[in-house]
Structures are given as C-alpha cells and as structure tokens.
Design a protein around this ligand. Structure first.
Ligand code: PRX
Length: 652
C-alpha cells in the first residue's frame, strides 16, 4: 500500500467560522443523523427549506422500489421556490447578472425576474396553449431568456427538456420525438467570439411533417436573417410585449416531473433522465448552500451551459432557490483572451467560481500568467465538475487563481443524481488534490465490490454506489421504465437488494477519501461531456462506406478524453484517400450528433479484434489507442494476428 497522501489544504479558520458546516465534527454529526434517522433528517430540511403550498403526508415511499417517491402529497411550485418567496426580502437583489459574448451586460433583479418569468409563462399558456405535463424543448444560447423559459415552464407545470445548443438537427429531432414535445423555444442565434452563430436553422431542419412540434417560439438575440414559417414560428420579442406580468404559479405535486434531460448511456439512444419537483429543488438548494457556502451578498458564477445538468442545477435552480446572485455568461472563456474569466471575477467581485477541469487546462495552457493581472481577492471557493482534475491543473487553479487560500471543491455527481453526491465542504473538509473526498451529508454512498456487494477495503477499486434513495435522484427514463431499472439497479446488490450504481469506478484511500477513477462502461468523458461510444459508432455507420466501427476513449491533454474510432471500410477503393474519408466521416458525425462528437483519431483497419462469438474486444482497442502494451490474452480471438496489424497501423 502506498504512503498516505496528506491533505494539502485545511479550511481557513476565518472562513470556517462563518461556514454553514464548520468542521468535520459537524459533518460527521449530520451524516450520523442521516444514518440513524434517515426520514427525520430529510423531513427537517424539507420543512426548513421549501415553501410548501400544502404539506406532505409521508417523507419517503419505498413500496415500489426503485420507483421511489419523496414528500408524498406535498404541493409546491419550483418557480415560486426560486422567485416569489424571495420577493419579501430580496426583491431588489440581483438574481441574474448576464454578460454577453461582446461584453453587453444586464442585471436582473428578483422582482424583474418575477415579471419576466410571469410574462413568459402567460405567453406559453395563452398563445401556445401549453398545459401542465406538456413537454417543451428549449434549444437556446446562454442568455437570460433561457432561464426565463425554464422557470416559465416550471411555473405552469410544463416539463422542459433542454437540448444543448451544440447538438445537431438530427440529435435535436431525436430528442423532440422521444419527448413528444409540442413546442420548441429557441433563438435566432447568439454570439461566439464576436461573431454571430445560428440556432434557428438547426431547429428548422429538425422539424419535418411528422414532428410532434406544432409551434416554434424564437427569441431574437442576434437579429440575423432567419426563415419564418407562417403559422408555426413566432417572435418572442413581439408577443411578450402584450403579456400580463402576473401569472399564478400552478400547484404541483412533489413528484410531478420538472424536467427531462437527455444523456448518453453505454448502449442505444440517449436516455431522457427525468427529475421531479420537490426532491430535486431541495437538494439543488441544499448543495448550493453547503458546497459553495454562498452568502447573502455573494456573487456566484458557474461557467457551464444550461444545456447540461450543471447549468440546470448550478446556474439556474440551485442559486435561485437559495436566493443567490448567479452569473450567466454567453461567451467562451478564452475570448478575447484567456484573461476573460479573471477580468469578470475582478469586475463582478465573484466569490465562488465553478468550472470544468477541461476549461482550467485550457486557461492554464493559454494564459498561465493571466490570473496575476487581475484582482481575484474576492474569491472564496473554487469548484470543479464533470471529470477528474489532474494534479498540475489543480495546482495552478489552487495557487494562481485561488491565491492558495480558497478551498477547491471537486464535486462528483451526474445528470442522474440531480446534484452533488460526493464533494468536499469548503469550511470543513481537509482537501487532497483531485479527490472528491466524502459523500455529502444525507447521501449514503459507498464503493462496493460488484460481485459481493461488500464495501471494498482501502486501495482496492470498486463500484461507486448510492445505497439509499435520495431526494434528487433520477425518477425514470422518459417512456422506458425497464431501461431505468436495468441501467441503474441491475449491476450491484447490497445485502441482496439492488442499489443505485453510478457507472463509475472509485477507490478509498486509507483515510477513507474517495477518488473517482472513471466510467466502468462504454461511456467516455470528452471535455466533461458524456458521450456514448455506441452513439458515435451509430453515427459513423451512417456513412455508406463504413462496414464496421469501434469507438473508444483515449487520454487527451485538454479534453480529458478524446474520441478514437477504428473503422473497417466496405470498399478498399479509398486507399490513398484516407484524409478525405476522415473528413467525410466526421461530417456525418457532425450531422448526426454535433461538433462535440467529432473524432480526434480515425484509423482505418482491415478488421476488429473479435472473440469467436463475435464480441469486439474493446479493452484491447483502448490499450492500443493509449499506446500501452497488450497484456490481455489474445489467443481466444477469432484472428489473433489482427492485433499486431492494428497496432502497426496506429503507430503509423
Ligand atoms: O464519470 C463521472 C464524471 O461525469 C459523469 C457524469 O456526467 P454527466 O451526467 O454529463 O454530468 C456531468 C456533470 C455533473 C460521471 O459519471 N464526473 C463528474 N464529476 C466528476 C466526474 N469524474 C471525476 N470527478 C468528478 N468530480
């Protein structure tokens, strides 16, 4: 066993004095409370945090596991929780600070947010006849109207499904169809690096005669020319003018769906992860308060996009539920230069900054000295999310950005978990670099041996599982209950009972610290974005000359993981034209999924390593992509010689 790694950061005493969780004793007390009286623990926080319209009658209903129900019969409205309840004490406080790509700014107070969301909700109700339970797809850039659209849906009980603006028309179409959405809310386009880019044309392509979409609502952001389909497309900027600014919040059941968010699985098409109202918003708020320790006068900035779960929980719902000021940024962090985020930190006196390791690596690489040019003394907590952070990036973030005085909270969670599940607490946890540390209070998470379901000892890897249901957990995969059970409750059993398995491997050190070691399935993590290798393979196969394909992840300096495709072509005519084929295949991928799935490497091979039963041995392909020696037994392959051929081809 290696030497124990000692924590490199101990919470600063002054900070800890005022933190919500002040030391590890308080953390252990909370965790012990949850373990001893699970329902009492959650009832306490549900009563303290949520402005219920009607109280719940049961904390947790486990009778139909794993279709758990929380806060049974309770009534609330998430938009009310995020806006209305703050109007008595915070009506003139900034709710959203928006900075556009070109430097344009808007500060939206809670009162303004209230009026804007009410008008938007009235527009959806009155002009588009959107009702409780209807699905609305949002395909938007990072502008305040995206947040208004989410909250307007929540206000009237419609279920939003945001599709990240980088997805292609085909990907958008699939998601629209799966959710059977009747309305799409989009924008003409937005700005990136001072240039307009377009979204509306992608929506046009995604809607054909068979589409369930009846209407399209277009926010005019960049006023570029777009096509308008009469009777289908409507201008938000026009229609919003005549809407009333009062719209009563719909009374929603605790378990009414709040949103769907599509994410990649190891097989098949993306799954519509469903989150419901009360449990989700409760944990979004609690983790904002505990993990970022945002105070009343603080300004908090999460650089994610609302198209991902991080944007849902930690740009919109979490910060607004707790009444914080949240920054929304349309642009890219390296434009006009790699000092942009630090300039914004100085200007808005940002106190908590939350981003992905991939962004830290880019900012480090392209602007190592940029942080020193700005006054970053307002920063108190730095966060990372989405993928493991490597020690050099951690060190730079800690020293150059945080001035060696800020806690770095390495937050581990997933689309399905709704909010953080394993993370340091900035006033309490002694931090080790690149380590997610401990489960948050209330989250009963363990690393289990997949075979025995027993907690693994220190130093031995296992599966990261959550062994009790928690309020913000996924409630289902839209339209596919069987896949829900199979995807998350099929692999690991503890004491004979299925438990939630995250799909990630993890390891304890001798002090019980948890480090996430990465996915155990065929999901890869590209720039903190989850990508199913099966999806990329399906896209490649749409090219008429692709016979077979296997996609694996390969370590990448900036992206964390890059996409590596091994392709067997149908005809060999392309010998000498491989560059052209690579371009063509990537074009198909862009059309089917979007730029985010473009392959970093495409290698044409004469065959794939398969077992005699025809199963592709991906582990071998992963090793070859990495440049590692092959340690697996290849004698059982149908054609063992293919391994050396592929290796030679990759080495080039
Ligand atoms: O593999 C884990 C990785 O990201 C996956 C979840 O991806 P997604 O649902 O897109 O959500 C990303 C934002 C929460 C996980 O299964 N992951 C997430 N956070 C971390 C991480 N890996 C290591 N360390 C983390 N802090």
């Amino acid at each position: 066993m290696s030497d124990i790694v000692k924590p490199t950061f101990h919470p600063n005493r002054e900070f800890a004095k005022n933190a919500r969780i002040k030391n590890m004793c308080e953390y252990h007390d909370l965790q012990a409370w949850a373990e001893e009286d699970y329902e009492g623990f959650w009832a306490h926080f549900a009563n303290e945090k949520i402005d219920w319209f009607k109280p719940y009658t049961q904390v947790l209903d486990e009778s139909n596991a794993p279709f758990y129900k929380w806060f049974v019969n309770g009534k609330l409205n998430v938009a009310h929780q995020c806006i209305d309840r703050h109007l008595t004490s915070r009506k003139n406080k900034a709710a959203i600070i928006f900075e556009g790509d070109r430097g344009d700014k808007q500060i939206i107070t809670y009162l303004e947010l209230y009026y804007n969301v009410n008008k938007f909700a009235n527009l959806l109700k009155n002009e588009f006849h959107v009702k409780k339970g209807d699905r609305v797809v949002i395909y938007m850039p990072m502008i305040p109207e995206a947040a208004y659209a989410m909250l307007a849906c929540a206000r009237i009980g419609a279920i939003h499904s945001i599709v990240f603006g980088g997805f292609s028309s085909e990907a958008l179409k699939d998601r629209i169809e799966d959710a059977q959405a009747k309305l799409v809310i989009t924008a003409d386009g937005a700005y990136r690096k001072d240039k307009p880019y377009m979204l509306k044309p992608v929506v046009d392509q995604a809607i054909d005669a068979n589409s369930p979409v009846e209407k399209v609502l277009v926010v005019e952001r960049n006023n570029e020319d777009v096509t308008w389909v009469a009777g289908r497309d409507y201008s938000y900027n026009e229609l919003i003018k005549s809407q009333s600014s009062i719209c009563e919040a719909e009374e929603m059941d605790a378990e009414d769906p709040l949103f769907l968010l599509y994410t990649s699985g190891s097989t098949g098409k993306p799954k519509g992860v469903q989150h419901n109202s009360a449990g989700y918003i409760l944990w979004a708020q609690m983790t904002m308060e505990w993990v970022f320790d945002v105070k009343e006068n603080d300004t908090y900035w999460c650089t994610a996009d609302v198209g991902w779960i991080t944007g849902h929980t930690y740009i919109v719902y979490g910060p607004l539920a707790m009444g914080a000021t949240t920054v929304m940024f349309e642009g890219v962090p390296t434009y006009p230069d790699a000092g942009r985020p630090w300039k914004m930190v100085e200007e808005y006196k940002i106190n908590q900054f939350y981003t992905a390791p991939t962004a830290i690596r880019v900012l480090h690489k392209t602007g190592e000295d940029e942080p020193s040019k700005y006054d970053l003394s307002s920063l108190k907590v730095l966060g990372t999310v989405g993928e493991p952070i490597d020690p050099p990036a951690w060190k730079w973030y800690y020293e150059a950005v945080g001035g060696s005085k800020c806690a770095i909270v390495d937050t581990y969670w997933q689309t399905e978990t709704g909010g953080h599940i394993v993370s340091p607490l900035p006033g309490a946890t002694p931090i080790k670099p690149a380590c997610a540390t401990f489960p948050l209070p209330g989250i009963i998470a363990e690393i289990l041996d997949p075979q025995t379901g027993v907690k693994v000892p220190a130093g031995e890897g296992g599966y990261m599982c959550v062994t009790r249901p928690w309020p913000s957990m996924i409630r289902g995969i839209w339209g596919d209950p069987e896949r829900f059970v199979k995807s998350y409750f099929g692999d690991v059993k503890k004491d004979g009972q299925p438990v939630y398995f995250t799909g990630d491997g993890a390891i304890y050190d001798e002090e019980g610290y948890i480090t996430i070691t990465g996915r155990t399935d065929d999901v890869i993590n590209v720039s903190g974005h989850r990508m199913g290798t099966a999806e990329v393979e399906a896209a490649c196969k749409k090219h008429p000359n692709v016979a077979e394909v296997a996609v694996v992840g390969k370590p990448h300096d900036i992206k964390g993981e890059g996409i590596f495709a091994y392709i067997v072509l149908k005809s060999e005519d392309t010998v000498g034209e491989e560059m052209e084929m690579v371009k063509e295949i990537n074009k198909v991928i862009m059309k089917e999924i979007g730029n985010i799935a473009i392959c970093d490497d495409i290698v044409f091979v004469p065959g794939l390593p398969k077992t005699r039963s025809g199963k592709i041995m991906r582990r071998i392909l992963r090793s070859i992509a990495k440049g590692d020696a092959i340690t697996q037994d290849i004698s059982t392959l149908e054609d063992p010689s293919i391994v050396a051929t592929i290796e030679a081809k990759v080495k080039g």
